[in-house]
Design a protein around this ligand. Structure first.
Ligand code: ASP
Length: 327
């Protein structure tokens, strides 16, 4: 190449860049792989949901979307990392109900749960299930509750850190049983359920996404779903049917960018989330895991922002009344 042609290429480069960027969609965004930060271990519900969403978003965005598991402290380590990330839309967070409860549970968070993020849309809803190790001495929910009351802290209750969905559900369970079990912290639902199947921990209240296959294969005992209605595809009574109407809790996941992410990038990411949730493959996998994809309305920034604020307000008095803090 002659010096002149090399120089003219260099001169042309800034002119070419916007065209390349446009081909990648969204005025230069994304111009490299996007990372979804997952606050829990690989193989658990947050991870599985994120990986399915990531596949569809990658197709829509024309860039790889990868998952990075950043575990610990009930999801607050991952959330802190994303709140402080460069707000260019390439670093995202998938978090669940625990993001809302953390606002009250953790009194010294290095970020603001609502103001520190740009919510992009909800991704999913799922039931929680009350489960136990395979040889747990109970045949139904009444027997399960009676055994928790009888054995108290001799029983090990698995959870994924203070404020994680399964921890919140475990608190409701202990409150309903009138006894306190011994908490055992895992980095996510996947390692917790492995230990439950092996009998190393006794009881667990975890997202149906994670438990459904093990329930179907009878590798754990299951007593009820913690929703007002039965869950199609799960042969379990509701807590109300089984005599514990106050034991109610569903969980949800949502996708976030750092707060200062440009509005057009937020919109682009949110549209990619909705595109992913529309894909047949994702819907089929979610259905297999008795997990509902968020509707088009719920998977929007406006809905998610409102919903998150409501969830923070809903959990605040519950946590204050329990007087449990994670600091
Ligand atoms: N869903 C779990 C929880 O209840 C964590 C995980 O996704 O592994 O917090």
């Amino acid at each position: 190449m002659t010096t002149t042609s090399r120089r003219s290429l260099l001169l042309a480069a800034p002119l070419l860049l916007p065209a390349v960027a446009r081909a990648q969609g969204g005025g230069g965004f994304p111009n490299r792989p996007v990372t979804i930060t997952v606050p829990f271990a690989a193989g658990g519900p947050t991870d599985v949901i994120s990986r399915l969403v990531a596949e569809g978003m990658a197709r829509d965005l024309g860039q790889p979307v990868v998952v990075e598991n950043v575990t610990g402290a009930g999801g607050t380590i991952a959330a802190a990392r994303v709140a402080q990330a460069r707000p260019d839309g390439h670093t995202l967070l998938m978090h669940h109900i625990g993001h809302a409860s953390a606002a009250t549970l953790y009194r010294r968070l290095p970020y603001d749960v609502v103001e520190g993020f740009a919510p992009l849309g909800l991704a999913s809803d799922a039931a929680m299930t009350l489960v136990a190790r395979p040889d747990f001495p109970a045949a139904d929910l009444a027997g399960f509750m009676a055994e928790i009351k009888r054995q108290g802290d001799k029983l090990n209750l698995a959870h994924s850190g203070l404020g994680a969905a399964n921890h919140l559900c475990g608190m409701l369970l202990q409150h309903a049983a009138g006894a306190a079990a011994t908490g055992v912290v895992f980095r996510g639902s996947a390692p917790a359920i492995t230990d439950l199947m092996a009998g190393r921990v006794d009881i667990f209240c975890d997202q149906a996404t994670n438990t459904v296959n093990f329930i179907r294969e009878s590798r754990i005992k299951a007593f009820a779903v913690t929703l007002p209605d039965r869950v199609p595809g799960l042969d379990l009574p509701t807590t109300a049917e089984a005599g514990q109407p106050s034991l109610l809790m569903g969980t949800w996941h949502g996708l976030y960018a750092p707060r200062a992410t440009p509005p057009e990038v937020q919109e682009r990411l949110s549209a990619a989330l909705r595109a992913a949730l529309r894909e047949e493959r994702l819907r089929q996998r979610f259905a297999d895991l008795v997990t509902e994809p968020a509707s088009e309305e719920r998977a929007t920034p406006a809905y998610h922002r409102r919903f998150l604020a409501e969830e923070v307000a809903r959990w605040r008095p519950i946590i204050q009344a329990a007087n449990v803090y994670a600091d």
